[in-house]
Design a protein around this ligand. Sequence first.
Ligand SMILES: N[C@@H](CCC(=O)N[C@@H](CS)C(=O)NCC(=O)O)C(=O)O
Length: 202
Amino acid sequence: MLPILYSYRRCPYAMRARMALQYSGIELEHREIELKNKPQSMLLASPKGTVPVLCVDGKVIDQSLDIMHWAIAQSDPDKWGDIDESIGQIWIDKNDDPFKKLLDQYKYPNRYPELIQENILSAIEDLMLKPMETALQSSQYLLGNKMTWVDVAIFPFIRQFSMVNQQRFEQLPYPSMKRWLNQFLESDLFNSVMQKHPTWKE
Ligand SMILES: N[C@@H](CCC(=O)N[C@@H](CS)C(=O)NCC(=O)O)C(=O)O
């Protein structure tokens, strides 16, 4: 039986998982869900109700980073996993917690009427964009001149940020970060995992 992936096209966590699965050449059954109407079989497998969820070999893997690691453990042709894990983890911790929170505040200003958007943007620049620019000025990717799973895990969130206010994003002075982002946006890997799937029905 093929592994089953419950996914939602626009979810950045699902994107990073899909990119890793595609990179590793994993054949799977893709089940596109609606967040407002999650399939019972997904909730039975993973009651917390977030995507992505991968069901494989009788196991349920329901954290995007765990799915990425599982995929890379199956096949890692370009050595995405060959990194200093402690440095990788620093980027991931920053991305998945404080940056994600700021991103939600930036994306949904009406949910946070007490916050000023330009202040959120400044916080995002200090936390994420400036350190990324510094790293990407001296190397092509975040951890050196080779793409790793850390770049792939962070990219969908930077993409989401860039799309909140595209005009404002264009004014921001981070050419190396934009080069890095564009390279992903134009990649076959990303574009292949963004193909549309009809919603899966139980
Ligand atoms: N820590 C989880 C987070 C996944 C997550 O939050 N996914 C969102 C979609 S982007 C979700 O499924 N939210 C549930 C909902 O909106 O009902 C992971 O890394 O897989």
